[in-house]
Design a protein around this ligand. Structure first.
Ligand code: FES
Length: 159
């Protein structure tokens, strides 16, 4: 039995979307986004809620939520840094950026700083190879990254 509930805004969005989609199962991705924007991540409890809403199994929801790296299955810091580790970014210096980030933040990839401000993740290609190296900062892309650009950004975010 799930204790998670959509807030009123998401409940209204869900009802409105239900009229526009051919069936409930088509609402899987929008529902997961609503959960993530509401809670910051997607818990097993919330997956059970979504499963009940969509009339499918919690395993169906889990299989979708765990497939896409944009869905977060554990709580994260206020600033989620997702550094691309795939070929173009790697050739353009992402490994150096990763080491710099780890040293400055005092954490390894996959960890969150003790103050809860930063989470560092390594992700596959962000589809922005032409402006490598790049990373996502929450919902924004930061491209053509350099150590100087990264330092300026961290200074700003640490205020
Ligand atoms: S390899 Fe980094 S964005 Fe494509």
């Amino acid at each position: 039995m799930s204790t998670f509930l959509f807030n009123q805004d998401n409940e209204e969005k869900f009802s409105a979307l239900l009229e526009r989609y051919p069936d409930k199962s088509s609402l899987m991705l929008p529902s997961l986004w609503m959960v993530q924007y509401q809670e910051g991540w997607i818990s097993l409890d919330a997956m059970q809620f979504v499963a009940k809403k969509l009339g499918c199994s919690a395993m169906d929801v889990y299989s979708v939520a765990s497939f896409y790296s944009m869905f977060l299955l554990q709580p994260i810091g206020t600033h989620h840094i997702q550094l691309c580790k795939t070929l173009s970014c790697m050739l353009a210096g992402s490994k150096t950026l990763q080491e710099h980030l780890q040293n400055r933040l005092g954490i390894k990839a996959g960890e969150t700083t003790p103050d809860g401000k930063f989470t560092l993740s390594l992700v596959e290609c962000l589809g922005s190879c032409g402006t490598a190296p790049c990373m996502r900062l929450n919902d924004d892309y930061i491209e053509n990254l350099t150590l100087e650009k990264l330092d300026a950004l961290l200074e700003e975010l640490s205020k």
